[in-house]
Write a new protein. Structure first.
Length: 283
């Protein structure tokens, strides 16, 4: 087994959003693999963080409380990771309630489209599928598979739920500039997640990155499960060039993203010193 004793996976998801591992299952897996530390970065929710803090102490794991905000900018889907946010912030609480409501409204519209296509699914069924606070397209997909409407996740997203699918509904996403400002106001650290997925043009991605930096972005995800070695080198150099913190992780979703295990991408302790120092001070 690879030595992860000084490694940190700063991008994982649990059943509180669209992952299939509970917080305990995720942290147990991280401990088994020998990781030094791990972050939980569920989509648009921090409900798993108190549990994560408690269990990580039991397991002697460094724990980095986090979140992943789904945003859009000029038609591009952009995800912003936040670490060590003040969870007691009223502005943060209000924002998370707003995002949960927006997801609920989107899901209802998707279900209506599916029903009109003869695929009978109810809100109650997808809420039962989702054990956490966030109900996503992944949960709708699972219900569709359970009912035999589709045979695979790929089919569900290609034909129905993906951007070109017949039941697709645009998500009322956050503005990343506002999210970066919110993270700052919550004394947190922000990073652009998986920049390779923003768009096919590195030139355009870098222009967007510069705009995010101007808004106060702190870091860039330089290690990611789908990066090639050339991509990893490029993003590491880009982070150095832009004077950004280097963060990274697997984007683990359990059974909802096959072939990606915890620690498939990770970074060393020295690369996240500022983040860890902030966390230790908080404790």
């Amino acid at each position: 087994m690879k030595d992860f004793s000084e490694r940190y996976d700063l991008h994982t998801h649990t059943t509180y959003s669209d992952g299939t591992f509970t917080v305990r299952e995720l942290l147990n897996r991280a401990k088994y693999l020998g990781l030094k530390g791990i972050a939980i970065t569920d989509h648009d929710t921090m409900e798993g963080i108190p549990e994560g803090k408690k269990i990580s102490k039991e397991l002697d794991l460094d724990f980095i409380p986090g979140i992943e905000f789904s945003c859009s900018y000029e038609g591009y889907e952009i995800h912003i990771l936040g670490y060590f946010l003040n969870e007691k912030s009223e502005k943060l609480t209000s924002k998370l309630i707003e995002l949960k409501k927006a997801r609920k409204e989107r899901n209802e519209k998707i279900i209506k489209k599916l029903n009109n296509l003869g695929l009978k699914i109810t809100v109650e069924e997808i809420e039962k599928e989702a054990t956490g606070a966030i109900v996503s397209r992944a949960h709708i997909c699972n219900v569709m598979m359970n009912k035999g409407f589709v045979y695979s996740k790929g089919e569900a997203f290609k034909q129905y739920l993906g951007r070109n699918g017949v039941a697709y509904v645009e998500k009322g996403s956050s503005n990343p500039l506002e999210i970066i400002k919110l993270i700052k106001e919550c004394n947190g650290i922000s990073a652009l997640a998986h920049p390779s997925l923003v768009c096919n043009s590195r030139e355009k991605t870098e222009k967007i990155l510069d705009i995010l930096i101007e808004a106060g972005l702190d870091g860039l995800e330089v290690e990611y499960s789908s990066y090639t070695p050339k991509e990893t080198k490029y993003y590491r150099q880009l982070a150095t060039k832009k004077n950004l913190l280097k963060v990274g992780g697997s984007d683990f979703h359990g059974g909802n993203r096959t072939g990606v295990d915890i620690a498939k991408a990770s970074i060393g302790k020295e690369e996240i010193g500022i983040i860890l120092e902030k966390g230790y001070k908080e404790e």
